[in-house]
Write a protein that binds this ligand. Structure first.
Ligand code: HAM
Length: 444
C-alpha cells in the first residue's frame, strides 16, 4: 500500500512515490474569475456583436480604456461610502508606490478619458460604448463573480429627457433582438443636489426612529448612505422600511418635470416600464433618472443591466459641467439568461479524408485553398485510417466529407459525401474550390 504524504502546496494526500511530480501539481484559476470556453464563447460573441450592431445604429462609437486606474478615480466617482469602494475594490500599490485599482466599473474610466482627451472641445456631445472585464471582490455565486464583464454605453452632453428615453429604448431593443425575455425595465428618479439633501434628511429621521430594527451594517451607514438601507436584503431592514418616505415625493420641480417627460417619451416610443421608487443604486454619482433591467430568473442577482443619469460626475472629476447618462449590462448574466438557447458552434463545412500519401498531400493543399476562401474545412493530420477519419468527421459534425483516394485522384475526381443525407456523389477536382465556395454560399 502506498504511503500517503501531505503536499504542502495543495494540502492533498499524495502517494509518496509521486512526490517527484509535486512541483507539477496543476494550478487552478482564481475563485470568482472564470474561463470562457469554446462552446460558451459563441454566446458571448453573439451578444457582443449584437450590442455593437445595435449601438452603431444609435450613433455610438467604441472606446477602450485600461483595466487599471488610479484608485482616487473610483473613490471620487463611485463614492467613499459605497460597498464597492469600502469593500470590493482590488487595490494595490505599484512599484513606485502609486495606489492603483482594477476597474470595478466602466463609467468613471470613460469619463476620465473623455476629460483627459478634451473630447468636449470638438463636440460636447459624445456617445460611447465599451465592453470588457470589471473586478469586484464580492462573494462569488451564480451571476456574481469577481471578474465579470460589462457592455456599457454612455451619452455625454445631453440634458433633454428624450435622450433618457432613447437610451432606455436602445437597451430594451438590445434585449429584444438578443432574444432575452423575462426582463422588465424599472425606472426611478433620485433627484438632484437641489432636492436630494431634503429627502436624505427625511429618510435619516425616519431611519433614526427605527434603528433597533436595522441590521448592523445599516445602523452603521444610515447616516452616511441612508438610501442603501432601502436596498438592504436583511428581513428586519426590509420590514422597517416598508413605509419609508418615497424619493418621488421629494423631487424638486425640475426633477419632477424631467422624470415625467422621460415617462411620456418612453410611452411614445412604446417602451414598457414600471416605476420602482425604492430602487437605489450602489454608486453615488447618480442624479435624476435611474433604471434597472430586472429578471425573475437569476435569484438574488436580479439586475441584468443598470444605469442612470450622472449630471455632476464630469465636473466632479475636474471636467466641464456636462450631463451624462448611461448603463452597463452584465455579460455573464445575459449569457445565463440565454440559457438553453445557446448559440451552437458552427459545424465544419467540409472534412477532407485522404487515403494514402499522395491523396493526403493533395487534400492538405485543397483544404488550405478552401480555408483561404472562407470554407470551414478540416482534415486529420495524424495519418489515420479512413474509418478513423470518418469517425472524426462525424465527431466534428462536418456537413460534407470529401474522400480522396489514389485511384480517384488519377482520374481527377473525388467522392463527396453528404453527411446529413447519407448520399454520395463523384465530383471533379478541377474547379472544385469554386463549386464548394458557391455551394456553401460564401460568395456572391
Ligand atoms: P452596476 O449596477 O454596478 O452599475 O453594474 C451594472 C451591471 O453589471 C449589473 O446590473 C450586473 O448585471 C453587472 N454586475 C455588477 N456586478 C457584478 C458581479 N460581481 N458579477 C457579475 N455581474 C455583475 C455600473 O457598473 C454602472 N457603471 C452602470 C452605468 C453606466 N451607469 C451609468 N453608466
Amino acid at each position: 500500500m502506498a504511503i500517503l504524504k501531505i503536499n504542502p502546496v495543495e494540502q492533498v494526500l499524495l502517494p509518496v512515490n509521486v512526490e517527484a511530480r509535486v512541483c507539477f501539481v496543476s494550478i487552478s484559476g482564481i475563485k470568482g474569475m472564470n474561463d470562457i470556453l469554446p462552446g460558451d464563447v459563441e454566446t458571448w460573441q453573439f451578444l457582443e456583436n449584437k450590442a455593437r450592431e445595435i449601438f452603431k445604429s444609435y450613433g455610438f462609437s467604441e472606446i477602450r480604456v485600461p483595466v487599471v486606474e488610479k484608485t482616487e478615480l473610483f473613490c471620487r466617482s463611485i463614492g467613499e461610502t459605497t460597498d464597492i469602494v469600502e469593500k470590493e475594490m482590488y487595490t494595490f500599490e505599484d512599484k513606485s508606490g502609486n495606489s492603483l485599482t482594477l476597474r470595478p466599473e466602466g463609467t468613471a474610466p470613460v469619463m476620465r478619458s473623455y476629460i483627459e482627451h478634451k473630447m468636449y472641445a470638438q463636440d460636447p456631445v459624445a456617445k460611447l460604448y465599451y465592453l470588457g472585464p470589471m473586478f469586484r471582490y464580492e462573494r462569488p455565486q451564480k451571476g456574481r463573480y469577481r471578474q465579470f464583464h460589462q457592455i456599457g454605453a454612455e451619452v455625454i452632453g445631453i440634458e433633454d429627457p428624450r435622450i433618457d428615453a432613447q437610451v432606455l429604448a436602445m437597451l430594451v431593443h438590445f434585449f429584444e433582438d438578443a432574444g432575452i425575455r423575462d426582463v422588465a425595465l424599472q425606472v426611478n428618479s433620485l433627484g438632484c443636489p437641489e432636492c436630494r439633501p431634503g429627502y436624505r434628511k427625511t429618510l435619516v429621521d425616519f431611519l433614526e426612529a427605527r434603528l433597533d430594527s436595522l441590521c448592523e451594517d445599516c445602523r452603521r451607514r444610515y447616516q452616511t448612505n441612508p438610501l442603501r438601507v432601502l436596498d438592504c436584503k436583511a428581513a428586519g431592514c426590509k420590514e422597517a422600511t416598508v413605509d419609508a418616505p418615497s424619493v418621488l415625493d421629494h423631487l424638486c420641480r425640475g426633477c419632477q418635470d424631467h422624470f415625467s417627460q422621460v415617462q411620456t417619451y418612453l410611452g411614445l416610443l412604446g417602451t414598457p416600464f414600471s416605476i420602482n421608487p425604492r430602487m437605489v443604486r450602489g454608486l453615488d454619482y447618480y442624479t435624476k433618472t435611474t433604471f434597472e433591467m430586472v429578471t425573475g430568473s437569476l435569484g438574488s442577482q436580479n439586475a441584468v443591466a443598470a444605469g442612470g443619469r450622472y449630471d455632476g460626475l464630469i465636473s466632479d472629476l475636474g471636467g466641464p459641467s456636462l450631463p451624462g447618462i448611461g448603463f452597463a449590462m452584465g455579460l455573464e448574466r445575459l449569457v445565463l439568461m440565454k440559457g438553453e438557447e445557446r448559440i451552437v458552434p458552427s459545424r465544419p463545412h467540409l472534412f477532407l479524408a485522404g487515403l494514402g500519401e499522395e491523396a493526403s498531400r493533395q487534400a492538405f493543399v485543397l483544404m488550405s485553398a478552401l480555408q483561404r476562401r472562407g470554407v470551414h474545412a478540416e482534415m486529420d493530420l495524424a495519418g489515420k485510417s479512413l474509418k478513423a477519419q470518418m469517425r472524426r468527421a462525424g465527431k466534428l459534425g462536418a456537413r460534407f466529407v470529401l474522400i480522396l483516394g489514389e485511384e480517384e485522384i488519377s482520374r481527377g475526381v473525388a467522392q463527396l459525401k453528404d453527411m446529413d443525407a447519407g448520399s454520395q456523389e463523384e465530383v471533379r477536382l478541377d474547379g472544385l474550390v469554386e463549386t464548394l465556395v458557391r455551394q456553401f454560399s460564401l460568395e456572391g
